[in-house]
Design a protein around this ligand. Sequence first.
Ligand SMILES: [Ca+2]
Ligand SMILES: [Ca+2]
Length: 449
Amino acid sequence: MKILTLKNLRRSVAIAAGVALMGVAAPAWADTAGFVQEPGDTISVEGNFGHIDHVCGTTETYSGTLRVTWTSGTHFRNGTAVTAVTQNAVNEYAISGSATAPAAWETSPAGSTFDVPVTVTVKDSYANGNLNFMTQGTKANGQAWTNGAPTFRITVDCLPDPTPPPDTTPPTVTCDEPDTSAWYGSNQSVNCTASDSGSGLADAADASFSLSTDVADGDETDSASTGSKTVCDAAGNCADPVGPYTFMVDRKSPSLSPSVSPNPVILNGTATATANASDGGSGIASEGCDAVDTSTVGAQSVDCDATDNVGNAGSASARYTVVYGDCGGTGLKVRQPINDTRNGQAVSQFKQGSTVPVKFRACDAHGNSIGAAGVVSSFALVSKSAGAAGVEESTPPSTTPDTQFRWDSTDSQWIFNLSTKSYSKNATYNFEIRLNDGVTVIPFSLALK
Ligand SMILES: [Ca+2]
Ligand SMILES: [Ca+2]
């Protein structure tokens, strides 16, 4: 219950006081006119409330007082002041109050008073409600009487609550909805915004922020997580955390294990290269290799590359060797008159001092005997052993010794007329012819007696 005192002036600006309540001057609105009791009797009534400023939507009760003053007459006794209220609307307000005149009040001197406490309960706003003052009691001659009288107008203004309601609502946080089902070739960010219509964000910087993955260049993972964030308002209300978001981020090139098949490949033959690419992230989108060039003997390489599904590209070279072919079984071995002991033939035996023709062929994949310069990269005596066991060969015709292998276009072969004059008799000599493909070695032996 609120007492309409000076302390309440903020809410009740028109308090008055027939009872000089708290020293407040009598209200200008006090209504005493025309209030006539039995002929010859006069009382007056004053009230100390009329206008209430009220906080909208709350129910509050205010107290006031009606002061009844005996003025003149002899008939009034046992008077009781009651209220009769005209409400503008149900629940807008309620008003009540009553008091009984003191015993023998009717014999009191003019100017005697008694107070009727009145309470007013208000909720919403209303204008121009009426408080009607009535009296009832017993006349001096014993008759009951009731008489209505002055109307006090009560006005309640509904005002906004000057105290803002407490902030119990967490901030609103909205983030871009990411597609986490796709592979990405770069780190991903989720953009978020936050706002709070109450106390405001605890950290203004939270109004706009991003949550990002942090995958290093050269890494790939299907579980790249962003951080998470909890946004709070200044009142300590916190929204549900956002993040972490998990992305698939691929910043690593495919791995290649390229190979050539067949390897080695015969000169001018056919071979293919395969990238053999693999990718631990988004997977291989494409892979391939250049054509395998078999036109040159020796160690070669071919370039291969691969691209993953987010555009990371990798490359590697496949190494292979191009070698000479064996001419359908007749090449890459020493020819007659020297036996090829690798085929189980006995060592050929020659007369010391004779000139022995050393012959061989090296072919391409099509059986063409190759006479290009440089086929022989080296020709050397590699070992010697005592004894000259073997099968005696006829002594070749005397020819001019060679100093290096030369191409014999007539028989499509390479030939070296080897002088044995500097070799000892009764010994077996082991030679090697090495070809410029870097691989082929043609060994042979001959015994001198
Ligand atoms: Ca809030
Ligand atoms: Ca990858």
